[in-house]
Design a protein around this ligand. Sequence first.
Ligand code: 3PG
Length: 217
Amino acid sequence: MTTSSAAATFTALQVMQDAPVIPVIVLNDLAHAVPMARALVAGGVRMLEVTLRTPQALACIEAIARAVPEAVVGAGTVRSRADAQAAANAGARFAVSPGYTSAVGQACRDVGLALLPGVATGSEIMMAQEDGFTELKFFPAMQAGGPAMLKAWSGPFFDVRFCPTGGVSLQNAADFLALPNVVCVGGSWLVPADAMAAGDWGRITQLAADTQALRVG
Ligand code: 3PG
């Protein structure tokens, strides 16, 4: 399948603004993809980052894109031009990368995918900005300095907005979301591997619904 030309396109900022949390999803079983996506949508979370970390990931993106039109499925762990092309071909509508290279930035532009590039240093922010990206993923957020790092960056990088990901949980998400340069956070806690393995979709819906309390403003 190729990306439907009828599907709306999203900017990285729109992807970030849709909900307080972008779930970071690892799918090991194609059969889990559609019920998992429906469970998140039922909890009010529709921007879904399916990571390209398993052999099934692209098939899962394709299944969600086809069967869950209320969801907006994106590809995470996009590290190369080939990843970007494969993600777009599978029906992904945005991309998230764990780091940044100009090649990945250009590849996402070429295939029409909004990109949330990962950064962990000032130099990486400057490289992404040079290429026109101003909405960035701060990864790995807790390990690389947490909310204090984002406060420090708000001075020199006053025109950049972030989605911190990595070590973020329901317990500390509000500390990030309270910062003016944070639009949303990313995290895997909405889709625990054991809930997925057990087919406990109700738990995933509840975890998604719990994040709605994090909405600010
Ligand atoms: C990722 O795998 O992209 C992020 O590290 C997710 O981090 P988390 O599992 O700590 O939420």
